[in-house]
Design a binder for this molecule. Structure first.
Ligand code: FAD
Length: 405
């Protein structure tokens, strides 16, 4: 059997390794990871884990022994630095060279660091890894003041966790509303109000000009209008970029991430790419996109492992995602591409409602707050391309099972 080399021991890479064995791959599997620990879940890093509600062991996808038992050569603390496709080798950060028959690139993303004055002060932090989360947790606690740059989901989750730890949190957002890129106004307003009621402060429509500090440590954020927002620690939550450099340098097609097909294969038949590092097709929408979610990482791990072991490609899934803040569980299915109507089901004031994005009479996406049936049925409606009766959909007294026409 082929020697499969996996670059990146994260959610996608770890899942692909386990699936290859589950699907009967008997050849060598080498999994190279930059981090010191085996693959783990990142979502809890801003949520339960940060609040102290989950221990480190519970983050691991599999215990360390699993990799030995499954004959998966897990090589931590090593970075892949160069890919030579013509001789099918990868050079690692210790200078060693690994040959592959099949390569899976699963290197994920890294947070954007703002290239502004003071960005290298101590206490200006980002969150991607378990090690990052340890640093953030240690910096928070009663009396501490956290400034979060960027009102996206990770920023909001960390704000909620910071409040649970007794810290103050202020969110500084360039746009006039939080979640401006990803959510409709109703949802932005709802989260804004909920966080305000939990004591989070907001500075909206504000450009960050610099971080100011004393003795090398951050003490505040200077805005374009000259105001300085005081703080003890800063979290940059302004987005992430794919770790696709080795693929680019090896001549593989990249957009925002490595371009792959529905088997997670690049244009080079020996090279697959999975997870956040990819730019992947979305068959339900006839588009490509950068996934940035665990369900997509799992789906693509399945696609690659199936193709490598000669199985039929799995049925494409509707993209989905979630966010936990306080006692709110947001579940999102689909993407609001080309939507021409927004429909609210339920009352936001009740803390239980859903926002549907429709194109004609078809659901393109749903954002469901504490509303699992709306999420699950919404996802099915997207998958099956069913038409709905908008009047029924907007009426919470009509069951979700009866909204399709
Ligand atoms: P990763 O899990 O990031 O793994 C990539 C690995 O590759 C990393 O360990 C990295 O160090 C390593 N690596 C990078 N470059 C190299 C190299 N050259 N050589 C070797 N190793 C390398 N998704 C959701 O669906 N729901 C959520 O609620 C959610 N919450 C999140 C909260 C936080 C704080 C974060 C950071 C992410 C969250 N996500 C969430 C996103 C989710 O974690 C990612 O979509 C998922 O981890 C993607 O898996 P991946 O394997 O592609 O990338």
């Amino acid at each position: 059997d082929a020697h499969v080399v996996i670059l990146g021991a994260g959610h996608a890479g770890g899942t692909a390794a386990a699936l290859l064995r589950q699907y009967g791959h008997t050849g060598l599997i080498t999994m190279v990871g930059e981090e010191p620990i085996p693959p783990y879940q990142r979502p809890p890093l801003s949520k339960a884990w940060l609040k102290g509600e989950a221990d480190a062991d519970s983050l691991a996808l599999k215990p360390l022994e699993f990799y030995g038992e499954q004959n998966i050569d897990f090589r931590p603390n090593l970075k892949a630095v160069k890919l030579a496709r013509s001789d099918k080798t990868v050079t690692l950060s210790d200078g060693s060279i690994v040959s592959y028959d099949v390569l899976i690139i699963a290197t994920g993303m890294r947070p954007i660091r703002l290239p502004i004055e003071g960005a290298d002060l101590e206490g200006v932090l980002t969150l991607r890894s378990a090690a990052d989360a340890e640093v953030i947790k240690a910096a928070l606690g009663p009396g501490k003041r956290l400034a979060i740059i960027g009102g996206g989901y990770i920023g909001l989750e960390v704000a909620a966790s910071a409040r649970a730890l007794g810290a103050e949190a202020v969110i500084i957002e360039r746009e006039p509303r939080i979640l401006a890129r990803s959510a409709c106004e109703a949802l932005s307003n709802f989260f804004h109000g909920y966080h305000l009621s939990r004591g989070v402060e907001f500075v909206l429509g504000a450009g960050v000009e610099a971080f100011v500090g004393e003795g090398g440590k951050v003490t505040g954020v200077r805005l374009a209008d000259g105001r300085v927002i005081e703080c003890d620690v800063v979290l940059l939550g302004v987005g992430a970029v794919p770790n696709d450099e080795i693929a680019r340098e090896a001549g593989l097609e990249c957009a925002r991430g490595i371009v792959v097909d529905l088997e997670a294969r690049t244009a080079d038949p020996s090279v697959f790419a999975i997870g956040d590092v990819t730019h992947r097709p979305l068959p339900h929408y006839g588009r490509m996109f950068g996934p940035e979610s665990v369900p997509s990482a799992l789906e693509q791990a399945k696609q690659a492992a199936s193709a490598i072991t000669g199985r039929a490609a799995p049925t494409p899934e509707v993209p989905w995602n979630w966010s936990d803040q306080y006692d709110l569980k947001l579940q999102i299915a689909g993407l609001p591409f080309d939507a021409d109507k927004i429909l609210l089901r339920g009352d936001p004031a009740s803390g239980k409602f859903a926002v549907f994005h429709l194109k004609g009479d078809q659901v393109q996406s749903v954002e469901a707050i504490n509303s699992p049936p709306e999420f699950m049925m919404g996802k099915q409606l997207i998958a099956n391309r069913k038409s709905v009766d908008p009047a029924k959909l907007a009426d919470p007294s009509v069951s979700m099972k009866e909204v399709a026409v």
